[in-house]
Design a protein. Structure first.
Length: 256
């Protein structure tokens, strides 16, 4: 069973909560919660004002307050992004400790990040188009998830289960018959959890250039496993490690 509700509106933006439940023996169990941030546009693709949302009862007011908090949290996380600001002092200590651990080759309990990378190349077909004649975002999400799941399986040797999907932003539309690559890497592990990054690029066969349309982050779990650590060798990989660690920490804090 699917249920949805608008929880918060700005001038032209909306936050929508989707909840999926399953029923067994008369008992409903929550399967997943998903939050969608939508923006209203007019026929000229300009911002369109949406009606004011007026929460009435305590339940609606709690949803509104949580959605407002989510919006503020997204703004704060964007400001702290690693391509804008350097790692925090504590994160720099983490990077240095990784450097020291890499020197201890006698007790190698880690896997180089480069060795966890996989890339697939896929032609976008017209049957996966949306109403705007672009590739449906859900199709890209499914392909990215399958890439992440397969990467986690290859890394651990056991079948993983999905624990969380991080915030997804579609940076640019993908045209039909585009050639896309899906590049995955393990960016962080702890206990039985593994953090996977999947970057989606659109290739131009004529110029050889590539444009990133999405970077997906998935948290997967391998029940009963005690996974090896992943070791970044380059500074760029170290930033991806810190990003993966941040994503997992966010998952932990929002799923207590």
């Amino acid at each position: 069973e699917y249920g949805g509700q608008v929880c918060y509106v700005g001038k032209s933006s909306m936050e929508v909560l989707i909840e999926v439940t399953s029923e067994k023996d008369g008992v409903k169990n929550k399967v997943i919660n998903a939050i969608f941030s939508m923006v209203a546009r007019d026929r000229d693709n300009k911002a369109y004002n949406v009606p004011i949302l007026d929460p009435v009862n305590d339940f609606e007011k709690s949803l509104y307050a949580q959605a407002k908090h989510n919006r503020q949290r997204r703004i704060e996380r964007a400001i702290e992004a690693l391509h804008i600001r350097p790692p925090t002092p504590d994160e720099r200590l983490v990077i240095h400790q990784l450097f020291m651990d890499r020197k201890n080759v006698k007790h190698k309990d880690w896997v180089e990040m480069n060795d966890t990378s996989f890339t697939s190349i896929i032609l976008m077909q017209p049957q996966n188009r949306n109403i705007h004649n672009k590739v449906f975002g859900g199709h890209l999400m499914r392909l990215a998830f399958e890439q992440a799941w397969a990467s986690a399986y290859m890394f651990s040797g056991k079948r993983p289960t999905i624990a969380s999907t991080e915030e997804i932003s579609f940076l640019a539309p993908v045209e039909i018959v585009s050639i896309c690559t899906f590049s995955s890497s393990v960016t962080f592990t702890t206990g039985s959890f593994v953090q996977i990054e999947v970057k989606t690029d659109v290739l131009d066969p004529v110029t050889g250039s590539a444009a990133t349309t999405n970077t997906f982050h998935f948290t997967l779990q391998i029940p009963g496993a005690n996974l090896k650590r992943v070791m970044p060798l380059l500074y760029d990989d170290a930033m991806r490690y810190i990003e993966g660690k941040r994503k997992f920490t966010f998952f932990q804090n929002t799923n207590v």
